[in-house]
Design a protein around this ligand. Structure first.
Ligand code: 4NP
Length: 160
């Protein structure tokens, strides 16, 4: 991550629809960075365009509320080429998201691209649980995954 941004790291969380995993990842990171007193630019996007302009899935909103944070004002957007310059780090929820992002990345992209869980010790190569087609308790598992990612980002930042 570039260390010289005055307003902290710029990190984009990426999934497929931008209504479940990446909004929760953005929310968990907002909470973790705020609690650590570290400023950061945080955003999320999807590789797909089905949910552009829509708020997060109701179940994701409910999970965020249970964890004390409100994501109702987030709106879905699709990953764009300019994101590869605006962000230092783009973190994909799963291998498909990572592959799609690599395909879209301009040759002179400045953002680094990784899987979210690659940052979490012992979970390299794993995907964040995709709760979209599952039972409601999948969202608690997703929250646990993205909270671990957020904690790793803050730890990396604090120790640097
Ligand atoms: P997300 O979940 O990528 O975590 O936001 C999904 C959202 C929408 C769809 C699949 C997954 N979909 O097929 O529309």
């Amino acid at each position: 991550m570039r260390a010289n941004r005055p307003d902290g790291p710029a990190i984009l969380f990426l999934c497929l629809g931008n209504i479940c995993r990446s909004p929760l990842a953005e929310a968990a990171a907002r909470v973790a960075f705020a609690n650590a007193g570290i400023s950061a630019t945080l955003d999320s996007a999807g590789t797909g365009d089905w949910h552009v302009g829509r708020p997060p899935d109701r179940r994701a909103q409910a999970e965020a509320r249970r964890r004390g944070t409100d994501i109702s004002d987030l709106r879905g957007r699709q990953l764009a080429a300019e994101d590869f310059y605006r962000f230092d780090l783009i973190l994909a929820a799963d291998a498909n998201n990572l592959r799609e992002a690599r395909a879209l990345a301009p040759p002179d992209a400045t953002a680094r691209l990784r899987l979210m869980l690659d940052l979490v010790p012992g979970r390299r190569g794993e995907s964040v649980t995709d709760p979209y087609y599952g039972a409601d308790d999948g969202f608690a598992e997703t929250w646990a995954d993205v909270s671990a990612v957020a904690a790793a980002l803050v730890a990396e930042r604090s120790s640097g």
